[in-house]
Design a protein around this ligand. Structure first.
Ligand SMILES: *[C@@H]1O[C@H](CO)[C@@H](O)[C@H](O)[C@H]1NC(C)=O
Ligand SMILES: *[C@@H]1O[C@H](CO)[C@@H](O)[C@H](O)[C@H]1NC(C)=O
Ligand SMILES: *[C@@H]1O[C@H](CO)[C@@H](O)[C@H](O)[C@H]1NC(C)=O
Ligand SMILES: *[C@@H]1O[C@H](CO)[C@@H](O)[C@H](O)[C@H]1NC(C)=O
Ligand SMILES: *[C@@H]1O[C@H](CO)[C@@H](O)[C@H](O)[C@H]1NC(C)=O
Ligand SMILES: *[C@@H]1O[C@H](CO)[C@@H](O)[C@H](O)[C@H]1NC(C)=O
Ligand SMILES: *[C@@H]1O[C@H](CO)[C@@H](O)[C@H](O)[C@H]1NC(C)=O
Ligand SMILES: *[C@@H]1O[C@H](CO)[C@@H](O)[C@H](O)[C@H]1NC(C)=O
Length: 405
């Protein structure tokens, strides 16, 4: 504790042990049903799922292909599909990095649910729409670029992000990582990465899930002595501005953002940041008595195992319409909290958090954030992580959660 207090005071003078990165909220990406569907689609791709959604009728699984182009309610499709309203709720959090010498700048999602860095390449195909919309890395323009001579490919659903493995200097908040290997993408699949503010993804998971076993940037950041502790912490503001959308601390935890003690729980499998949840309860109902979860900053919502997906949406009185679950907005305030017991501490999500409200035109809909993407573990995305400060500790292989100050 004392160490951190001292640090905070000298931080302005010395960029020492803990680095803070402002995380921007995606402002262009409006809080519409369409953008939410796209977020879910990107999420599915990340976990190598297809677009199939599984539902149960009388306990029998039924697979449906959701039609992402179609909008609810069908009787009122004229005005609101493209009518975007500014909203404080966001789908992604991203920050700026630079690559090369002189620096070329990119916005990346700091994603605890993957472990590779990739950005679009200046050599990308003219047909790669996502690449044309974004900042591109030009290896020829960097004096510190080295070719690895290797290709890379990361699977996203039925498509892949493919390109070349490059080696260059990657700078995060003034900390220059030498010889970082990353992917420069010449091809991105379909529309997974179109119309999003971020250019690429910087994975912050374990090397075990890195494609081509590439050493993740955070490992090098630590091993090259640029930070003192192999620890990082996220504050994801749910109510911030584009400039103040959150903060990523590298090399420690920003104690000034925490209220009370951090609850730690060990990593049960090194890959994702995976841990055990003692139980999950809702209004006295034990939804889960012992399950696995991962903390994923690169996921917007909450993904449940199949049985819990059905149970949660049933409990909250949600109705399945064209690929999504909805509740009547009038009921939201009276719904009970959902409680995750992690490491012996209860972490509550109120209904105003696990139900998201969208207003398009004159129509307001209230959607459940309990989704299913084919995993048998829970994925605690930004809906959960936005309520708490989260710490990721490679040194002690644990995650921690604490109340926000
Ligand atoms: C990449 O940089 C080189 C060297 O500065 C330049 O000649 C080339 O036009 C650039 N390529 C693109 C696609 O911008
Ligand atoms: C990389 O991919 C290109 C085509 O995209 C191919 O021509 C080349 O042989 C591949 N190189 C390696 C090392 O696999
Ligand atoms: C980066 O690679 C160069 C060339 O191989 C080497 O001289 C240098 O020591 C490396 N730097 C680090 C920090 O690994
Ligand atoms: C969001 O900001 C408003 C206005 O400042 C405040 O009343 C509200 O409590 C904030 N909500 C959260 C979740 O912080
Ligand atoms: C919560 O549980 C109480 C007691 O069993 C029950 O009366 C109430 O209807 C439940 N609330 C909801 C929203 O299901
Ligand atoms: C939950 O699991 C624990 C340990 O397996 C067991 O002791 C307890 O009875 C279970 N509780 C419920 C409500 O099923
Ligand atoms: C949930 O787990 C905690 C910690 O093991 C335990 O104290 C609590 O009784 C459990 N709750 C239920 C409903 O099983
Ligand atoms: C939305 O509400 C306004 C004000 O009540 C009304 O003038 C307008 O016609 C409505 N639009 C639609 C599409 O219902």
């Amino acid at each position: 504790m004392f160490k951190w207090l001292v640090l905070l005071t000298i931080l302005a003078l010395v960029s020492a042990e803990i680095q803070r990165i402002k995380i921007h909220k995606n402002q262009d990406h409006k809080n519409t049903r369409q953008s939410r569907k796209q977020a879910i689609q990107a999420l599915k791709h990340k976990y190598h799922q297809t677009d199939d959604i599984i539902i149960y009728e009388d306990g029998v699984p039924v697979y449906v292909q959701p039609d992402y182009g179609y909008d609810y309610p069908s009787e009122n499709t004229d005005d609101y599909t493209n009518e975007e309203l500014g909203n404080s709720m966001n789908m992604y959090y991203y920050g700026e990095i630079s690559i090369g010498t002189p620096p070329q700048y990119f916005n990346v999602v700091f994603d605890t649910g993957s472990a590779n860095l990739w950005i679009p390449s200046a050599q990308c195909l003219a047909t790669d729409v996502a690449c044309q919309q974004h900042n591109q890395y030009n290896a020829s323009a960097s004096s510190t670029f080295v070719s690895s001579g290797q290709n890379f490919s990361i699977q996203y659903g039925t498509g892949s992000v493919t390109g070349y493995l490059a080696i260059d200097t990657v700078t995060i908040n003034g900390l220059a990582i030498a010889n970082q290997t990353f992917g420069e993408a010449v091809s991105q699949p379909g529309d997974s990465f179109t119309d999003v503010v971020f250019d690429g993804i910087l994975g912050m998971g374990y090397q075990q899930i890195a494609e081509d076993n590439v050493v993740p940037p955070f490992y090098n950041l630590y091993e090259q002595g640029l930070i003192d502790e192999p620890v990082f912490g996220f504050y994801l503001a749910r109510n911030g501005t584009a400039e103040e959308g959150g903060q990523l601390a590298l090399g420690g935890t920003d104690q000034s953002l925490i209220d009370g003690e951090m609850t730690y729980t060990p990593i049960t499998q090194e890959g994702y940041w995976q841990f055990s949840v003692n139980n999950i309860t809702w209004n006295g109902t034990v939804v889960s008595n012992g399950s696995q979860a991962i903390a994923d900053t690169g996921t917007s919502l909450i993904a449940c195992p199949p049985a819990a997906y059905i149970q949660m949406n049933t409990l909250i009185g949600a109705v399945f319409i064209e690929g999504d679950y909805y509740v009547p907005c009038s009921t939201v305030d009276s719904l009970p909290v959902l409680t995750f017991n992690i490491g012996g501490t209860n972490f509550d999500l109120p209904p105003s958090v696990y139900i998201q409200t969208y207003t398009e035109g004159n129509y307001t809909s209230c959607m459940s954030t309990f989704t299913y993407i084919g995993t048998d573990f829970w994925i605690l995305g930004d809906v959960f992580l936005g309520q708490y400060y989260s710490e990721f500790d490679f040194g002690q292989n644990r995650v921690g959660f604490a109340n926000l100050a």
